[in-house]
Design a protein around this ligand. Structure first.
Ligand code: F6P
Length: 333
């Protein structure tokens, strides 16, 4: 296995896996990695079912034709898991043994924060590893935007557009819960772009009382309906807000409904942006391997592909930048 920082021009065997929550654009990234690697004469290997499959030795050779017809497909053709075993020393050693047994020189890990923590753990065992930023949550340091987040935000805003139609018809209020784990990025984008009356995110919490006040003043301002977008990671999440409103519903309040978008946001075709981002990061992963530059997470900062040491990103997810939210909420008035 190549050591970190080694520059090599010899033929290489490179494995790629997807890990954690699937994100639209992962397939475009797999395609880019496999074809860019093949173009350099590398032998390319796909690991099935993330780190779980790596530990179990589920590896398959991949040629350019094996990744045809997937650039427009959501999910991941390699499969993915949340691998608890990789958090243990024995799991990490078994993963390293499999890489050695199959003659893998370098590993590309496409995934979010948990996956990059796994990549970082393997790096500590001497594995030549490169991370590719991919999570709908967009909570990874080292990238402005991760593969899948834009598609997921599009899906959420489309759902909000649809809910607004029925909300307006019935003169109702809707609480819409959006994914994102502890990060409010998706909720914030979907809420602003969907014209929500209130947006509740972990980075800028709103109390149930404040949400109720916002809805009541929307009504007195003549709004026939209202949408509140709530990040799943907010302290006052959709469950709590629902309970609050059930207990304190007033005759002059909107009749309220709750919709949890859930995993719907992870499915579907990757949008153009995610396909291009995945393509750029996938090619860059192979460029890094060719140059012997390992131990980095590849992301995009100011439209440039940037590598950040895994040590600086793994295990420290970031929250959303709420500057736009602060100013955009006046537009809901
Ligand atoms: O990390 C992506 C994500 O979709 C989060 O937004 C969400 O909290 C979580 O995964 C759901 O995980 P699972 O698919 O394991 O239920």
């Amino acid at each position: 296995m190549a050591a970190e920082g080694t520059v090599t021009t010899t033929k290489r065997t490179v494995a790629v896996l997807t890990s954690g929550g699937d994100a639209p654009g992962m397939n475009a990234a797999i395609r880019a990695v496999v074809r860019a690697g093949a173009a350099r004469g590398f032998e390319m290997i796909g690991v099935l079912h993330g780190f779980t499959g790596l530990i179990a030795g589920e590896l398959r050779a991949l040629g350019p034709r094996d990744v045809g017809g997937i650039i427009d497909r959501g999910g991941t053709v390699l499969g993915t898991t949340r691998c608890v075993e990789l958090k243990t020393e024995s799991g990490q050693q078994r993963a390293v043994q499999q890489l050695r047994r199959h003659g893998i020189d370098a590993l590309v890990v496409i995934g979010g924060d948990g996956s990059q923590s796994g990549a970082h753990a393997l790096q500590a065992h001497g594995v030549a590893v490169i991370g590719v930023a991919s999570t709908i949550d967009n909570d990874l340091r080292g990238t402005d935007i991760s593969i899948g987040a834009t598609t997921a935000a599009e899906i959420a805003v489309e759902a909000i557009d649809r809910l607004r139609v029925t909300a307006a018809s019935h003169q109702r209020g809707f609480l819409v819960e959006v994914m994102g784990r502890h990060c409010g990025y998706l909720a914030m984008l979907a809420g602003i772009a969907g014209g929500a009356e209130a947006i509740v995110v972990p980075e800028m919490e709103m109390s149930p009382e404040a949400v109720a006040t916002e809805l009541r003043t929307a009504r007195t301002r003549g709004k026939s309906h209202a949408i509140v977008v709530v990040a799943e990671g907010a302290r006052h999440n959709a469950d709590m807000l629902e309970q609050y409103f059930k207990a304190r519903q007033r005759a002059d309040d909107y009749e309220l409904r709750v919709t949890r978008l859930g995993h719907v946001q992870r499915g579907g075709k990757p949008c153009l942006f995610d396909r291009l981002l995945a393509t750029r990061l996938g090619i860059a992963a192979i460029d890094c391997i060719a140059a012997g530059q390992y131990g980095q997470l590849l992301g995009i900062v100011g439209n440039e592909v940037i590598g950040t040491p895994l040590a600086d990103v793994a295990g420290s997810p970031r929250g959303a930048d709420t500057r736009l939210l602060e100013t955009a909420m006046m537009l809901a008035r």
